[in-house]
Design a protein around this ligand. Sequence first.
Ligand SMILES: *Cc1c(COP(=O)(O)O)cnc(C)c1O
Length: 361
Amino acid sequence: MSYELCKKVRELEPYEPISGEYKIRLDANESCFDLPDEVSDELKDIISKTTFNRYPDPTAKELIKAFSAYYSINPDNVTATNGSDEMLYLLASAMLEKGSRVVVVEPDFSMYAFYSFLSENEILTYKKNDELMIETDDLIKFVNDNKADMLIFSNPCNPAGRGMSADDARRLVSSCSDCLVVLDEAYMDFWDQSILTEAHTYDNLIVLKTASKAVGSAALRLGFAVANERITRALRSVKPPYNVNTVSQLFGTCIYGHKQLLEERRDKIISSTRELYDSFKKLIANYQLPMSVYEPCANFVFLETEKAEDMFRFLLEKSIAVRYFGRYGALRITAGTEEENKQLMIAVEAFVIENILKRNR
Ligand SMILES: *Cc1c(COP(=O)(O)O)cnc(C)c1O
């Protein structure tokens, strides 16, 4: 007799986004700006006052207060987690019974289906249309016909960067009243169709937020779930008690307090994304390329091309990391600083000249 791993984990591999060191990292949708010196100085001060021998505050009270003030919501509606990822796992496991029916959309953030798989839920996939958009009425019907227990999707969506209007989101939540709707607004700081401030008015809605993108604090692992008090009570009850460490709580509290600074950076990222999108549009038009980009609602550009894999490898050789999606024939490219975007576009143009124009002659 010998111990065997259970079947569902036997074939899994550890998550490894991209290995190696690259000069320009545009692969993970992080903010291209590190914290400014004035904030890092405050953080150093905080470290010197931290009590390391004590457990963190299990209610993350100050952190939730700062987060709630930043978004003008009530702290009673907020649960803090160790990144949104922890909440995604809790939603798939603790908040559902084994065999529950979970609707995911495709393409979307792959972790939703992954945690549902681990939790032995039944996964039902709704395919987006050719423009990679959700047809709201179709999705409502899909959820209700399948008697789904949970629907989860990102808005704006990762990886395509497209979004659903706030009015459609409201209609969806109201029309799927027997189903828990989880709306992941990880990228909504970059767009204006949020329903975050109304989350508590719905019976069946959880809106997710993260500090990993617009707030530029991916290193801290801070995620937030916003919902009415009944759902919030359940979320707070199922989370591990000390899930958000003391350093992240204190740093997060300080960082969310710098509202003006965060908003300035968010605006810079929005313009940077717009510039990147315009550069691709121009390049495609100039060379009449068989490629397309969608108008971005988040902090990245989604480029569809048959040459996605070749282009991905070419960029890596130039020490530029982007995200390659083989199954969609696409690259997802995070907006960088002005200089990073410039280097990227020089490399992309070189690729186009060497690998598309010359070969097609
Ligand atoms: C990046 C991202 C998150 C953030 O996850 P964290 O665990 O908070 O870093 C959540 N949802 C989507 C769709 C994302 O792309």
